[in-house]
Design a protein. Structure first.
Lengths: 214, 285
């Protein structure tokens, strides 16, 4: 248990030295969320200066650990093989980052891995591919509907209707199959099975409604 | 959560330890429990097992909270100790304590007495602030009970006062102070920290960002308190939860396929994996 100034880059991101690139990415996302300006998590505990310092350390740690060469040098320094490389001075302002020739990070980051093992898709196996299951898979990836719409180019209204199972409002099955296929692929579900399951659910509901009207 | 554990075929006794606001009996379909903790608190019954009543849910029994005894709802210290001893003697696999909000010493004691402590918060500033207040109170109480030397205990008392003059702002500051005063107690402090692993559940989640709050709180716990919290899971906002309360039956019973019930089931299974049976579990609301 060390105070922040004494923590190395791994400790700042709450990682072990052998952490994979995916673990580093995930830890960085968590830290960005935890120490963002309007973060709920720091509310009432940390002052503005504390949070600013935490973010500076998080950015510095990520810069080093996400780059294979920098990380190798840093690991050597940690082991005492050679002097620790100087800490890169970072701005938290993306515009300033751009002026310094640093690439924007969040925009180019790969899609985030699932948030954590506790809600693995495998536990959902027994449930049908309904709107709720699609939504759970989306939340697990940390996506909002706008993000899915941005990736799939599907109107977010249709995506919302798919989740809410508004079968009356959704277009013909052939379109819905395409939408769900793209949605499922985006959130890490098996797309063909998910689309088939969802369309079957929709067709059953529509048939039942037609019979009810007669 | 208790009903979800019961659905996993575990024998569970759920205890309404929210003595100032007892209402758990209503949630599990026992409108008028024939006995309650009030009988134990008032020394009318010494055998806690006789106060446990059946519920309509298989594998789930209830120890109801006090009723009609608001003036002296919380038992005194020694009675509390006896209560905790008796709870461990109940014949079941899991005892789950439902605790009230706030930082009353009794609530903290129940939380600390459990083998696992689960803290439920919602993604709102007030709830997060309350969660940290609770953690801070639990953390310092645990420390005071752990430390032996008078000087170190005095430092903890000073740290609990937010306006302390020694400038102890965080538990890490406190550790440095204690180590300076008494290195042996400093070691005891660190050992106590390692054993304290509260588990976090985020309830009423509506967005992907709100799910991340649990990870963020876990990180803050590490950075601020120096403690390793576990993020047990989240439960999304679901109208089915309201229907469950209105029907006075647990959500996992009446709408097991609802979103919220699915999430609660996952948390229960994760808790089962983490906490072996025959242990008491405390969950403040």
């Amino acid at each position: 248990m060390k105070p922040l100034p004494e923590q190395d880059h791994y400790e700042v991101l709450e990682l072990v030295p052998g952490a994979s690139a995916e673990e580093i990415e995930r830890a960085y996302q968590v830290a960005c969320s935890a120490y963002a300006e309007d973060s709920l998590a720091t509310y009432s505990l940390f002052g503005e200066d504390d949070v600013r310092e935490l973010r500076r350390r998080v950015e510095a740690a990520y810069r080093v650990l996400s780059d294979a060469v920098s990380r190798r040098d840093y690991d050597r320094a940690l082991r005492g093989d050679e002097p620790e490389p100087p800490e890169i001075e970072l701005a938290l302002d993306p515009l300033l980052d751009a002026r310094r020739g640093l690439e924007p990070r969040l925009e180019t980051a790969p899609p985030p891995p699932p948030l954590e093992g506790f809600d693995e898709e495998a536990q959902d196996d027994a449930t049908p591919f309904d709107g709720a299951r699609l939504r759970r898979a989306r939340l697990r990836r940390g996506f909002d509907l706008e993000r899915i719409a941005g990736i799939t180019k599907i109107n977010p209204t249709y995506l919302r209707w798919i989740e809410e199972e508004r079968f009356d409002d959704l277009p013909a099955a052939v379109y819905v199959r395409g939408f769900v296929t793209a949605y499922a692929r985006c959130v890490g579900l098996e797309p063909v099975t998910a689309a088939a399951g969802y369309v079957q659910l929709m067709e059953t509901a529509r048939s039942a409604q037609r019979r009810g009207r007669r | 959560m208790a009903a979800a554990l019961a659905r996993e075929r575990r024998s569970v006794v759920v205890v309404d330890a929210d003595l100032e606001g007892a209402n758990l009996h209503t949630c599990v379909g026992v409108p008028n429990p024939r006995a309650s903790l009030a009988d134990f608190v008032a020394h009318r019954e010494e055998d806690l097992a006789k106060l446990v009543v059946e519920t309509p849910i298989p594998n789930l029994r209830l120890l109801a909270g006090t009723q009609g005894n608001l003036g002296s709802a919380q038992p005194g210290h020694f009675r509390r100790v006896r209560l905790l001893q008796e709870l461990r003697r109940l014949r079941c696999e899991f005892v789950l304590l439902d605790l009230g909000a706030g930082t009353h010493p009794a609530v903290i004691d129940y939380f600390l007495a459990g083998d696992e402590g689960v803290l439920v918060l919602t993604p709102e500033p007030t709830s997060v602030e309350n969660a940290y207040s609770f953690l801070r109170a639990a953390f310092y109480r645990r420390l005071r009970l752990t430390l032996l030397a008078g000087g170190a205990r005095k430092l903890v008392a000073q740290a609990m006062d937010q306006r302390n003059e020694r400038g102890i702002r965080t538990p890490l500051d406190l550790l440095r102070e204690i180590q300076a005063v008494d290195p042996e107690e400093g070691q005891r402090f660190v050992a106590s920290l390692r054993e304290f692993r509260p588990r976090i559940v985020v309830n009423e989640v509506r967005t992907a960002d709100e799910i991340k709050l649990g990870f963020a709180v876990k990180s803050v716990c590490q950075k601020y308190f120096g403690i390793e919290a576990d993020y047990l899971g989240y439960v999304n906002h679901d109208e089915a939860a309201r229907r469950s309360v209105l029907s006075r039956r647990p959500l996992v019973e009446i709408e097991p396929s609802s979103d919220a019930a699915v999430y609660i089931g996952r948390i229960a299974r994760k808790l089962l994996a983490a906490a072996p049976p025959r242990r008491a579990t405390a969950a403040p609301r």
